[in-house]
Design a protein around this ligand. Structure first.
Ligand code: SAM
Length: 461
């Protein structure tokens, strides 16, 4: 990248396509911009970080620097409450309310100082340089310097207190809902897990999971998934990737497809299929799968994944209720939801979603469940699932459906269907995983995504 020619005009603020190219500066400038996009404009981080369609400045960085941007953003969002409190405790008076860019720059600096293996001097100096280069922030450069240096000096004290109140790092609207549903103590335990980086879980599609776990020195979970708690490299380098032996999938996300039991040779529809994790599980177990998704680009990803995995499925793009589909022996509806159960992997969700959206998504799910039910043959099975922590999107949707549809009944899931995770089976026979389940000794090795699943059976004709 070449440096822009010197200009006599005052420096412009950095735009997406105009970022500084001194070592390390672009990384922090982009991180601050993307943090603003998530927190202020509620933009999904996945879209911003996408290697193809994501932020243009990010795409120009090399893989290592892209990784650093991702790491800064993940920890800045996951630990947002701790960072905000640590900064607030070290300023004499509150930062000016309109200085959002200053706040984002400080959060990016503090995330590195407190939680990442980045030299303090690099974190502080880049923040100060960026402040000086931005006309809105130049007058705060001294404050940025003093505040981040003080944070670096007092890091140990901050970190010693970081886990004292797990609720602090949970977006307040979400904590309120968790506490209302699961009680204050449980909500705090869930929040403590949500503040940790997620382990890497693999679902083994070919071969023996136990042998694979021992080859990798990984943890074989009682659910059958293989867990690498602190994996930080490219998954493509792991054995079995090229052979399509496994998919990356949280242990909780692997459960809904398992609830169908033996499905070899059956006609199974996966109606919200892309990018295809659960579709792959169904196809690997010998079902004749029809995969539907309304998103053509996500369906392309499913097809790419299936190529690597050496699996096949019929694919259809469109809203499933508008397509000409004949009824199936079994149907999976893994519905779009608020995704709050995946916060550990997607820490932006707490800032891009809110309580109103939970209610509106529950309405969408209720409609999709009604539509999906019509695609189940008499005597057939329908599994409804999503990755929300919210009862309104799970138990509430199923209760509303059963009140309307006398031709369907709950097919109760038995605790022994989820070995090692029977606590996730509710008294009504549904699955509700919570992030504080699946204790594996340490916080970083424990937990799983929040997921909901119910199995419904249609009456025989
Ligand atoms: C939670 S994601 C599915 C994840 C997927 N089951 C997996 O395990 O990889 C929800 C998907 O539903 C799709 N979708 C939403 N409404 C739809 C509809 N009416 N018909 C088909 N697909 C839909 C979205 O495009 C999105 O890909």
């Amino acid at each position: 990248m070449t440096r822009p020619a010197p200009t006599s005009r005052p420096p412009r603020r950095f735009e997406a396509e105009r970022v500084p190219d001194a070592p390390g500066l672009a990384v922090r400038a982009i991180a601050a911009k993307l943090l603003a996009a998530v927190v202020d404009a509620r933009t999904s981080l996945d879209g911003l970080l996408d290697p193809v369609g994501g932020h243009p400045g990010l795409r120009r960085l090399d893989a290592r620097d892209q990784g650093l941007v991702r790491a800064i953003l993940h920890v800045a969002l996951r630990r947002r409450g701790t960072i905000a409190a640590a900064l607030a405790a070290r300023v004499d008076r509150p930062l000016p309310g309109n200085a959002r860019a200053l706040e984002h720059l400080l959060h990016v600096g503090a995330a590195q100082v407190l939680f990442l293996d980045v030299p303090d001097s690099a974190a502080v100096d880049t923040a100060v340089s960026l402040a000086k280069a931005d006309p809105r922030l130049a007058r705060f450069a001294g404050l940025v310097n003093a505040l981040l240096r003080r944070l670096a000096r007092e890091k140990e004290a901050v970190l010693a207190q970081a886990d004292a109140d797990p609720a602090r790092d949970c977006p307040p609207w979400l904590f309120e809902r968790l506490a209302a549903t699961y009680g204050d103590g449980r909500a705090r335990r869930i929040a403590a897990l949500l503040a940790r980086p997620a382990p890497l879980d693999l679902t083994i599609l070919k071969g023996d999971a136990a042998a694979f776990a021992s080859q990798l020195g990984a943890d074989l979970l009682p659910t059958g998934s293989v867990r690498l708690p602190a994996f930080d490299g490219p998954v493509t380098a792991l054995p079995g990737f090229a052979e399509g032996a496994w998919i990356v999938q949280d242990a909780a996300a692997s459960l809904p497809a398992r609830l169908f039991g033996a499905i070899e040779g059956q006609a199974v529809a996966d109606l919200c299929a892309a990018p295809g994790g659960k579709t792959a599980q169904l196809a690997a177990r010998g079902a004749r799968v029809t995969a539907v998704d309304r998103s053509a680009s996500r369906m392309k990803r499913l097809e790419g994944n299936f190529e690597r995995l050496g699996l096949s499925a019929e694919t259809r793009v469109g809203e499933f209720a508008t397509l000409d589909l004949s009824p199936f022996d079994a149907v999976l509806l893994d519905a779009p939801c608020s995704s709050t159960g995946t916060l550990r992997r997607h820490p932006d969700v707490g800032y891009t979603k809110n309580a109103e959206e939970v209610t509106s998504l529950a309405g969408v799910q209720a409609r999709l469940l009604r539509e999906a039910a019509d695609l189940v043959k008499p005597g057939g099975v329908l599994v409804f699932s999503n990755c929300s922590l919210d009862a309104e999107e799970g138990e509430g949707v199923v209760a509303g459906f059963l009140a309307e549809r006398s031709d369907f009944a709950l097919d109760r899931i038995q605790p022994d269907e989820l070995p090692g995770l029977s606590e996730a089976v509710t008294p009504d026979g549904m699955v509700r995983t919570l992030p504080d389940m699946l204790d594996r000794g340490t916080l970083d090795a424990s937990g799983l995504d929040g997921f909901f699943a119910a199995r419904l059976k249609r009456a025989a004709a």
